[in-house]
Design a protein around this ligand. Structure first.
Ligand code: HEC
Ligand code: HEC
Length: 488
């Protein structure tokens, strides 16, 4: 009796102690299984090119897909893919022997997750002949990617009644042995949460599902609408402006101190700002670790600043190149190699399709700049002026940047040198076989139709009008000019 109280107290203390230990174990396990961050394997950062293609920028935190879900979707929903070959049928670049496509990163944050980096849109492929393997070019414009289709795929899978823990776990068990704890986490936390997050995307990106808008098609992305709806959560308007993926090599050619701007309509001040904004888009949220984020941005800026466009892979005729250079100097240099280069040419002057301009505004720039500033990130940022024209483009590596113009409405350089009335009205984008005669990709015929997406210049945001420079040159001059353009 005498010792009764203290003993009871001791017992309570002991139980409390056990509870605290248990809570700590559960807490640690929960943290370990859901949030511990592991570095990517060494091969990812072994070379700068590998890092660009497969290195994580941190997107796994807020916009990643659990690896095993990503893995089984093609097996569970084959009918939602545009063709055989799973993800590759979206025109994603896939190198032989790699577990994931280019631009897809794998990183353990608690559990392995898949996210995207810049290379998904800014790495491209071409073939010189039908029978060779594609050549992969980092920092080139991905002209084969059906981004809109890929975007919708994930949401469509999440909406499907078959997207249930039972079904997914059954498929996952066929390809890997998860521990009972991992199985429980997948079943009760990871799968339901992934489904919820994917369904939220549908509301945030409602305009991507609009039936009254034409498809972006392969190699195009409505980047400024994405920015507008993601960064500042604008209410949906009626604008649409899918553009070609641009090349991002040799960014040092842009000299902001000389008044040059970036992005197709001169929407941004400098590479530093564009890279920050692009990376924020991939993260889909405020960076988890600001220092780490800015370190990645600095690395990208240096890498993309220096990397050069690849050389034209076929023979060129030096005499013709010389003649062509003179034709260029007379007809093209005043915009493409002068103090107008990298600056806005008024839309009234270049007279190409204007819809991309109308997706953006001074107000949107002001608001977006505020959002980034509130993340505590300093940059010169988006240009706080109304859009007024397209940049006179630098033409380095132009041979690999087909189709042409900001909206990709002209399949080859030869077509661009024709009056609008003679440019193709319907063609196919996204076939990777190179056409050295017309300088661009093969865009007509059964193979182009099979691999590509149909482009109709009469659809919204897709007109091939304007930029009628050099269209009245005699044919030998055009041939020489084309030969010269191959060498840029
Ligand atoms: C989903 C596809 C996609 C991803 C991912 C992406 N970009 Fe882009 N990027 C685009 C498109 C499309 C444009 C052109 C937008 C416009 O001006 O209309 C662009 C423009 C740019 C430009 C401007 C090029 C110029 O010459 O003005 C740079 C630089 C750039 N991106 C770098 C990056 C970097 C770095 C990343 C990764 C942090 C990245 N992008 C991620 C699609 C993408
Ligand atoms: C008055 C200025 C001006 C002149 C002259 C001019 N261009 Fe352009 N060029 C532009 C502008 C502006 C764009 C972007 C237009 C757009 O995308 O809507 C452009 C785009 C291009 C593109 C497409 C770039 C891409 O990535 O798709 C090519 C190729 C091109 N020009 C070649 C030429 C050639 C060749 C000549 C001479 C025969 C020429 N340009 C003359 C202003 C000019």
């Amino acid at each position: 009796m005498k010792h009764g109280q203290p003993r009871k107290k001791r017992k309570v203390k002991f139980v409390l102690f056990v509870l605290v230990v248990l809570a700590a174990i559960v807490g640690f396990t929960g943290w370990y299984k859901l949030f511990r961050e592991e570095p990517q394997p060494d091969w990812v950062t072994a070379t700068p090119d590998m890092r660009f293609k497969y290195g994580s920028l941190g997107g796994e935190y807020d916009s990643g897909i659990p690896y095993w879900i990503f893995y089984v979707l093609p097996r569970m929903f084959p009918e939602k893919f545009p063709g055989a070959g799973g993800y590759a049928s979206f025109g994603i670049v896939w190198e032989q022997g790699q577990e994931l496509p280019v631009g897809f990163t794998k990183k353990v944050i608690g559990f392995p997750r898949v996210a995207n980096n810049c290379a998904s849109c800014h790495t491209t492929t071409y073939r010189k002949t039908v029978n060779e393997n594609p050549t992969v070019v980092v920092a080139g414009p991905n002209h084969t990617l059906n981004l809109e289709g890929f975007f919708r795929l994930l949401v469509d899978c999440a909406k499907d009644p078959r997207f249930t823990p039972d079904n997914l776990m059954r498929e996952i068990a066929l390809v890997t042995d998860l521990s009972w704890l991992d199985r429980a986490l997948y079943r009760y936390a990871i799968i339901p949460l992934t489904r919820k997050r994917l369904l939220e995307r549908e509301q945030q990106f409602a305009w991507v599902y609009r039936k009254d808008f034409p498809e972006w098609g392969r190699g195009r992305d409505d980047a400024f609408n994405l920015t507008k709806y993601f960064m500042i959560k604008s209410p949906m308007d009626n604008s649409i402006g899918p553009t070609d993926m641009p090349s991002v090599w040799n960014l040092k050619k842009y000299k902001p101190e000389q008044g040059m701007l970036m992005n197709l309509a001169g929407d941004s001040h400098d590479a530093h700002s564009v890279i920050i904004d692009s990376a924020l888009g991939l993260l889909g949220a405020k960076p988890h670790n600001k220092e780490d984020f800015l370190g990645q941005v600095a690395w990208l800026e240096k890498y993309l600043g220096e990397i050069q466009a690849p050389k034209y892979p076929f023979a060129v005729d030096p005499a013709k190149v010389k003649t062509g250079a003179a034709v260029f100097d007379k007809n093209c240099a005043r915009c493409h190699a002068s103090d107008r280069t990298g600056k806005r040419i008024p839309i009234e002057e270049v007279a190409t399709d204007r819809e991309r301009l109308d997706t953006w505004s001074k107000a949107a720039a002001v608001e977006s700049n505020k959002v980034v500033r509130n993340f505590g990130i300093e940059r010169k940022g988006l240009v706080e002026m109304e859009p007024s024209g397209y940049l006179a483009a630098f033409l380095d590596g132009i041979w690999l940047r087909a189709p042409y113009l900001h909206n990709g409405s002209v399949p080859t350089l030869r077509d661009l040198l024709k009056p609008v009335s003679q440019r193709p009205k319907v063609f196919y984008r996204g076939y990777d076989l190179y056409d050295p005669v017309n300088v661009g990709f093969i865009a007509q015929g059964p193979e182009a139709e099979r691999a590509g997406s149909k482009f109709d210049v009469n659809q919204r945001a897709s007109s091939n009008k304007g930029h009628e420079y050099g269209v009245n040159l005699p044919n030998p001059d055009k041939d020489a000019l084309l030969e010269y353009l191959k060498t840029l």
